[in-house]
Structures are given as C-alpha cells and as structure tokens.
Design a protein around this ligand. Structure first.
Ligand code: PSU
Ligand code: MN
Length: 312
C-alpha cells in the first residue's frame, strides 16, 4: 500500500502517540467564513483557547496539495489572506485538490474525515452545513451531514445557521443515526441565536456526560459521529428578528444573482454577516471560542479512566 499522504505536524503527531487530548479545527471558516484579518486572528485565538484548556489544536487544511493536520501560525495567516480565492474543499473535492496541488480551506465534511484518519476524535467549529430551505426542489443538502454520520468524531458546534432548514437538518441527522446532544439546552441552537423551536435528541449538561455517551457508543459497536450543539453565550446572542430579516434579504439576493452549488453557503453567510454588521461577527467569534473550550474539555476526558480527572 502507498503511504498515506496526510501530513500531521510533529506536535500533533506526538500528542496523538502519547494519548494527549487533541482538538481538530476547520478552515473554510478562515477562507470563506470571515473577512481578513478577523479570520486569521480568530483562528489563532481558537488555537490559544484549546492550548489554555490543556489540549493540542490541529487546524486542518490542504496546502499545495498536501492535506495538513495542524497548521503553523504562518500557514493560518496565508489561508486568511487568500480568503475566498482559496478553494472551498468538501469531501468530494479532496482528490482533485490533492492531484492538482491546490490550496484551500476544508469544510466540516473534509475536516472531519481528515481528522478521523489522523486519529483525532473531537472537532470544534462554528456551525455545520445542513439541509437548505429549498432542498425539496434543489436537493441541496450539505455533505457535512453524511460525513459526520460515517466519521468517528464528535463535532462541537452552535447548531446550523438559520439560512438552513433546521428541522429538516435534524430529521436527516436522525435518519443517518447521528446523536444530537443539546449542551445545556433542550432545543437546537440556531447559531447566532441560542435556541430554535426544534428539540434536540437529548440534553447534556457536562463534558463528562458527552464523553460517557461517546464511550457508550463505541461499546455498543456503533460507528460514526455525534453532534454536540452548544448555544452561543447569552451576552453575544442576536435577536431572532434581526437575523430573520437578514436571511430573507440574503436568500432573495442569492436567487436573483443566480448563485448555485457550493457557492451558495458562503454567499448567504457573507450577506447575512454584512447585513447584521459587527454584532454578528462578534457573535460568530464568541461562539467559536466557546465551542473550542467545550471541545477541549471533552477531548481531555476521552480515554481517561472513569472517575479520573485529567491532570491540569
Ligand atoms: N456554517 C457557518 N459558517 C461556515 C460554514 C457553515 O456558520 O463557515 C461552512 C463550514 O465549513 C461548512 C460549510 O462545513 O460551510 C458547508 O458548506 P455546504 O453547505 O456547501 O456544504
Ligand atoms: Mn450545497
């Protein structure tokens, strides 16, 4: 067999060998999720939060054709500067960008699959992709859902943005057998807002509960991922009416501009962010940091003997 082509940076590789906690981080949020320099600054702050919590961060992307697990600060800045000029890489794009030596940010789908192949079990992000509101006619369902279903990784996120159909996204996750755990909430978070009207599969209130559910899942013999839905901190949450108004405008503009395919999600997210202004960027940054903190706590508990607190 050929050697795997995934490059794992030495710090991440050594942490994994020694059984230390590692948290994977996506990079489409850097290239397509925020403007420069906030994108690179946020990615570096997220890494600091993971380190401060006692785990090793592994931001994942494809650099000149090399799927890379654990970017350097310089590499994060390079992706940030490239922004949407870099490729948005979902699972199906990996063979193309590797063969043609391209650079880009990996979506939740591609990041989860690269993380799992490196042996990382916990992944933090802002929001996952899902079922688009017009999916009944367009069939637009993010590959994130299927990839989470087949990859052994816990994805800590603040739900799906309300540009999507949250109820339909939860139905697909149920069909795919993905546990959806509301962290401290009974209802699915809606990214900028703490709650939608849809119930999660189960509510959890501690990282230890999440770790126990992950362990139980593998003891049962099930494979595949888990979604941990962690709401945006209350002080940074937006008013649902503000967000709804922006979404209505963004959806109409997307349709009028004839945007299709993988460009749809970045277009809608960017327009909602522009219309809602600085407040939504602040909420976005706050929830990502919050998710990274929780992911770090979960990662530190995995593999630790039951009842044993991780060494600080
Ligand atoms: N949701 C966000 N911000 C993002 C994304 C989703 O709040 O940046 C990105 C993630 O990388 C996600 C991707 O994996 O969009 C989903 O794109 P698509 O719908 O084309 O699968
Ligand atoms: Mn799509």
């Amino acid at each position: 067999m050929e050697q795997p082509i995934v490059t794992t940076n030495p710090e991440v590789a050594s942490a994994l060998r020694r059984g230390q906690a590692v948290v994977a981080l996506e990079s489409t949020i850097i290239t397509h999720g925020m403007p420069y320099p906030e994108n690179a600054e946020t990615a570096l702050s997220v890494e600091r939060v993971v380190r401060d919590g006692g785990a090793v961060p592994a931001t994942i992307a494809v650099l000149d054709g090399a799927p890379t697990v654990g970017l350097s600060e310089g590499e994060i800045d390079r992706l940030g500067q490239a922004g949407p000029a870099a490729i948005k890489i979902s699972s199906r794009d990996l063979p193309f960008v590797v063969a043609e030596a391209h650079t880009g940010g990996t979506t939740v789908a591609a990041t989860a699959s690269l993380a799992a192949s490196a042996g990382i079990r916990v992944f933090a992000t802002g929001g996952i992709g899902g079922v688009h509101r017009d999916a009944a006619t367009t069939f637009d369902v993010s590959a994130d859902l299927q990839e989470i279903a087949r990859t052994d990784v816990a994805v800590v996120c603040s739900g799906v943005k309300s540009i999507l159909d949250i109820g339909a996204t939860l139905e697909v996750l149920e069909t795919l057998g993905v546990p959806v755990l509301g962290y401290g909430v009974d209802r699915m978070p809606a990214f900028y807002c703490r709650e939608s009207r849809y119930l999660v599969g189960a509510r959890v209130d501690s990282p230890a509960q999440v770790a126990a559910i992950l362990e139980a899942r593998s003891r049962i013999g099930q494979t595949g991922g888990v979604v941990v839905a962690n709401p945006v901190p209350a002080e940074d949450a937006l008013e649902p009416s503000t967000v709804d108004g922006a979404i209505t405008v963004a959806l109409a503009e997307c349709e009028a501009a004839g945007v299709t395919g993988k460009a749809i999600t970045p277009f809608l997210l960017a327009r909602v962010a522009e219309i809602t202004g600085k407040e939504s960027l602040a909420a976005n940054i706050s929830l990502i940091l919050h998710n990274a903190r929780l992911a770090t706590e979960i990662a530190r508990l995995l593999g630790a003997p039951v009842g044993d607190a991780p060494v600080p």
